[in-house]
Write a protein that binds this ligand. Structure first.
Ligand SMILES: Cc1ncc(COP(=O)(O)O)c(C=O)c1O
Length: 374
């Protein structure tokens, strides 16, 4: 059977291979069967392998969208201490919303959505807060949470340097790597990441429906006695149950996990390093095309992830985002509206099972659209 190939240039769910799509078509199976446990064991161990060793790290799976794993971490690991949340986009802001809902002691560190995080300022905040705590007996900073690739703009945050600051102040770092995991090489140990959140439908190139946390096992043991703030999303409970029998506590998205298994096999075959190269190749074609059309990017090239580009909407008579979207959509390409408040933008992501020839075609159609309106 032929499936129409759409090129999704929205930042996930991303374009998938046909083999991943077809991997969902399997005989019905009860997810409590050992045969399905083997699928989950494979998925959990291999997801860990992309970023660390199974001796020191483990993957905890949940049914849900990406936000589930972020909420799972924040609600499960912060006890009486204080968490610093770096907010330089919509997803950093979302972490603050979660912290607010769960009544966590948190400090929002706001940073520009288009410029690198000021690391010395961040360190100063930690230092000042902690010395104040010593005097007043207020909760010290125990965690820092940061987005790796802020999908709002395409900025790539320097988690390695933030990890070093965390090491210095004995702070556990939480990283939302939703749109970078399996697209940009990550080494949890080297980067000092204690908890990482991601999902099945972005750079790993699977279907939407599985959200996962990759955690340092020693850190997990430290959270064992924190009173659960929720039932479904508690990572220690999910981890200890899974460890015994390779089952989730609640009904897993069965077919999505088969697709994820296939996506992992394909990511291993390609390797994350080569996948990143392929994505960057696509990005370069995009940037060249934008230059030719005189379209401006809001994040400078050095700070960009090269996985997503935010483009300033041109002041051209006849231009309208919805028309551009529809023009491209009818030709098989999906773009996405912008998410920053300071400027009108639209976004083009280049993750998923896409290749340089797809980006060349995209640029051709983009050019065609702009020629048609002048
Ligand atoms: C960095 C980041 N965090 C969290 C999310 C939320 O994921 P979901 O929409 O799957 O809940 C996204 C989604 O794009 C994201 O890019």
């Amino acid at each position: 059977m032929d499936i129409k190939r759409n090129i999704l240039l929205n930042p996930g769910p991303a374009t998938t291979s046909d083999t991943v799509k077809f991997a969902q078509v399997v005989p019905d199976i009860c997810p409590r069967e050992k045969e399905f446990g083997d699928v989950m064991e494979f998925v959990s161990k291999e997801l860990t392998n992309f970023v660390g060793s199974n001796d020191k790290y483990t993957t905890i799976l949940f049914g849900g969208s990406g936000t589930a794993s972020v909420e799972a971490i924040l609600s499960s690991v912060v006890d009486a201490g204080t968490i610093v949340i770096i907010n330089n986009g919509a997803y950093g802001k979302r972490m603050c919303e979660i912290a607010e809902i769960y009544n966590l002691n948190y400090i929002e560190y706001k940073s520009s959505p288009i410029e690198e995080i000021n690391l010395s300022e961040l360190e100063e905040i930690i230092k000042e807060h902690n010395s104040e705590c010593i005097k007043t007996n207020k909760p010290m900073i125990t965690h820092v949470a940061v987005i790796h690739h802020e999908t709002t703009t395409g900025i790539l945050n320097d988690i390695k340097s933030i990890g070093k600051i965390c090491e210095k102040y004995k702070i556990d770092m939480i990283v939302d790597a939703m749109s970078s995991f399996a697209g940009i090489p990550i080494n949890m140990e080297e980067m000092n990441i204690k908890y990482l959140a991601s999902s099945s439908n972005k750079c790993i190139q699977g279907m939407a429906g599985v959200s996962f946390v990759i955690a340092n096992k020693k850190s997990l043991e430290k959270i064992k006695n924190i009173k659960p703030r929720n039932l479904y999303l508690n990572i220690y409970k999910q981890y200890s149950y899974f460890k015994e029998n390779y089952q989730m506590r609640f009904t897993p998205p069965v077919q999505i996990l088969y697709a994820l298994k296939q996506a992992i096999i394909e990511a291993k075959e390609e390797t994350i390093e080569n996948r990143y190269e392929r994505y960057k190749e696509c990005c370069k074609i995009l940037w060249e095309g934008l230059n030719k059309l005189n379209l401006k990017k809001i994040v400078n090239e050095k700070a960009s992830s090269m996985l997503l580009t935010s483009i300033v909407e041109p002041q051209i008579k006849g231009y309208c985002f919805d028309d551009l979207h529809d023009y491209l959509y009818n030709k098989g390409f999906t773009i996405y509206p912008g998410k920053v408040s300071s400027e009108n933008t639209f976004r083009v992501a280049n993750i998923g099972q896409i290749y340089p020839e797809n980006m060349n075609k995209f640029i051709e159609i983009l050019e065609e659209y702009f020629t048609s309106i002048v």
